[in-house]
Design a protein around this ligand. Structure first.
Ligand SMILES: Nc1ncnc2c1ncn2[C@@H]1O[C@H](COP(=O)(O)OP(=O)(O)OP(=O)(O)O)[C@@H](O)[C@H]1O
Length: 473
């Protein structure tokens, strides 16, 4: 690859990965040239930048460069003005960069062709690399609404604060509501603002695999040392370690060591700490010891905001596409499952319309998204069930949810709990919460009671059938 080609490629990269990322990570690189065996060498001003680019953009760079120059097989990032590394055991790749330390940071290859170890990859680099970040998951691209404003504010605070304010920050919420997006956004922001910090982002599953790898290779000391050397630890989907005893144990020690050093920890999960089963109590209480915030299910306004922002992005891709008024409102009303489904629907709609070369009308939308619309139609909410049941038994919604235990309210309440269990994907604790903060054992008891009564009492069986049909209609 020539310097001219690299220059042209850089322009393209800035639109692929975003101006911010480009300025922070790619622009500081200097292309040195092609060496033997198809190794394209880049100089990075610090070890940190080299490592970061290699881990996060290595595959993308390699695939683009190899289409320009088929001789390029691998990329190598070296620290500028530094001599080639001396033999021996280099320090961990992700540790803070030290001036003048000699080392090629890490080789990368889309097909795994690069063998970092033989190129001087640092000990432990395989245990510590951050998981790749999605370039789209930034704060700029995160739409804030009532259901997520608290989570967003807390995430921003962690990303922008100079000191640790709450530790850990625990973010939780249902599927596709933006947990990972916020985790990545915090990581991007920290890396942009504080490139001196060693920010490690990974999923709980990756934490476990690296722990198991360290055990297998008898490298626990490396593992402990490396994980304790990070400045900010971000662990996604922590519910994964539930029931995995030794991983939990190690996680607990890592967690404590970092908190003791006043290092920031951010955790995400699909439910609140007290709802994660098979989690040791000491971990549960550790997780609750900072700030726990949840992402609520989206509301109509938030969905509409997200759709509008996506449309703005698509407009650059499909500038001539016409979108009739009312389509976004229609989608925001009808698709209330999660943001991932909403985004997927819009992507499909735009792709379809551009393929057939037609404007996006209501008819085309209904046609193209028939299956998605049907699937979300079937989605029944706890509120709907509560309302229908209260109407059916002719009682007030507040009495259905409230504390009174008289039979007139208690039985319909149990019927409603039973239907929530049957017709929604909500957990027992969540259902309990929505019924005036009741315990999950109360819900379990109610559901069981109705299951029994259905067999014995034809009136109850009929009520349930009627309600189910009304809800599914
Ligand atoms: N408020 C938001 N603004 C813009 N995009 C959003 C928002 N919330 C979610 N998304 C988008 O929805 C998709 C799903 O979000 P994400 O992967 O963060 O969900 P999650 O909560 O981690 O889900 P899961 O539990 O399945 O891992 C992503 O493409 C994300 O960018």
């Amino acid at each position: 690859m020539t310097q001219e080609q690299w220059g042209a490629l850089q322009d393209r990269l800035s639109s692929t990965i975003g101006e911010n990322n480009y300025r922070t990570w790619i622009k500081p690189l200097e292309y040195k040239g092609l060496e033997a065996d198809g190794v394209a060498v880049f100089l990075a001003p610090t070890n940190f930048i080299g490592t970061y680019v290699s881990q996060n953009f290595g595959d993308l760079l390699l695939s683009q460069i190899s289409t320009l120059d088929s001789q390029v097989r691998r990329l190598q990032f070296r620290v500028s003005n530094a001599p080639r590394p001396a033999a021996g055991r280099p320090r961990p790749v992700a540790a803070r960069p030290e001036q003048g330390t000699a080392q090629p940071v890490q080789a990368s290859g889309a097909n795994g062709a690069a063998n970092g170890q033989s190129n001087g990859q640092a000990a432990g680099a395989d245990l510590l690399p951050s998981a790749p970040l999605d370039a789209r998951f930034t704060f700029d691209n995160f739409i804030v609404g009532k259901p997520n404003e608290l989570a967003h504010a807390a995430a921003r605070r962690v990303a922008e604060a100079e000191t640790v304010t709450f530790n850990p920050l625990f973010l939780y919420g249902g599927v596709g509501l933006g947990k990972t997006h916020l985790m990545h956004a915090i990581t991007w922001e920290l890396r942009n603002r504080r490139p001196d910090l060693n920010v490690l982002y990974l999923s709980a599953e990756q934490f476990m695999y690296r722990f198991v790898q360290a055990l297998r290779e008898r490298r626990m000391m490396d593992f402990k040392e490396l994980f304790r050397s990070v400045d900010v630890l971000m662990v996604d989907d922590v519910q994964f370690i539930a029931g995995k005893d030794s991983t939990q144990e190690e996680f607990f020690h890592t967690f404590n060591a970092l908190v003791d050093q006043n290092k920031q920890i951010v955790i995400s999960a699909d439910r609140a700490p007290d709802e994660i089963k098979d989690l040791e109590n000491r971990i549960r209480s550790r997780l609750q010891s900072g700030l726990v915030v949840d992402l609520h299910p989206t509301d109509y306004e938030l969905r509409l905001g997200i759709l509008q922002s996506k449309v703005d992005t698509y407009r650059t891709q499909y500038p001539s596409l016409q979108l009739d008024d009312g389509i976004l409102e229609f989608l925001a009303h009808r698709i209330s499952t999660n943001v991932r489904v909403l985004e997927g629907a819009l992507t499909r709609l735009f792709a379809f319309a551009s393929l057939v070369g037609q404007p996006i009308t209501m008819e085309l939308t209904q046609d193209c998204l028939a299956d998605v619309l049907r699937a979300s139609d079937r989605k029944i909410s706890i509120e709907e069930i509560q309302r229908k049941v209260a109407d059916h038994y002719n009682i007030r919604l507040s009495d259905l949810i409230g504390p009174k235990r008289v039979r007139n309210f208690a039985r319909p309440r149990q019927v409603a709990m039973y239907l929530c269990k049957q017709l929604t994907a909500r957990s027992l604790p969540e259902i309990g919460r929505r019924f005036g903060g009741r315990d999950h054992t109360t819900v379990m008891h109610g559901v069981k009671r109705i299951e029994e009564l259905r067999m014995q009492d034809s009136q109850i069986a009929d009520d349930i059938e009627l309600l189910r049909r009304a809800l599914e209609a």
